[in-house]
Write a protein that binds this ligand. Sequence first.
Ligand SMILES: CC(C)(COP(=O)(O)OP(=O)(O)OC[C@H]1O[C@@H](n2cnc3c(N)ncnc32)[C@H](O)[C@@H]1OP(=O)(O)O)[C@@H](O)C(=O)NCCC(=O)NCCS
Length: 148
Amino acid sequence: MRAMTLADVDAVLAIEQAVQTYPWTRGNFIDALDHGYICSVDDAGGGIRAYAILMPVLQEAELLVIGVAAQQQRKGVGRAVLLEMLDVACKKNMLRVFLEVRASNAAALALYRSAGFGAVGVRRGYYQNANGSEDAITMACELTGEIN
Ligand SMILES: CC(C)(COP(=O)(O)OP(=O)(O)OC[C@H]1O[C@@H](n2cnc3c(N)ncnc32)[C@H](O)[C@@H]1OP(=O)(O)O)[C@@H](O)C(=O)NCCC(=O)NCCS
């Protein structure tokens, strides 16, 4: 993993548009970089295959987005990226990481649970979808200083 730069935005956006139902825009990524959020990419030497963005809020952080290129999914990349982001948060002495996930996103829910996140709330109708809206599950991971 390395820090995302402005030069990476095209490649990240291409993955985002391919894998997310309601993708972030170019402006969203540029804003995240401008705000100094923790923006990381995994390029493994062969082009960017995954990315994640963590927004620090005092001693907590919010995982805003994570994506893995379609042809690289189900190979452990998403889990490695997520654990790396938790490790970064740990090293910055953060106490917990929150995120919101679509109730229908079974892959992401399973990934987050396997990394130690638990559901802490539901935001009814938080996301748009083809039927109008769907719930967001709010999840949290307490950071103990030991990331597996
Ligand atoms: C969610 C996402 C990041 C997972 O990345 P990945 O590299 O495919 O995940 P991994 O291979 O590391 O899998 C880790 C765990 O996630 C779960 N998982 C991943 N893909 C899954 C799928 N299609 N169905 C069910 N569970 C899945 C499993 O628990 C898996 O563990 P296992 O392989 O031991 O069973 C990826 O599917 C993705 O980019 N999806 C589109 C974007 C998105 O939904 N992002 C999250 C919301 S912002």
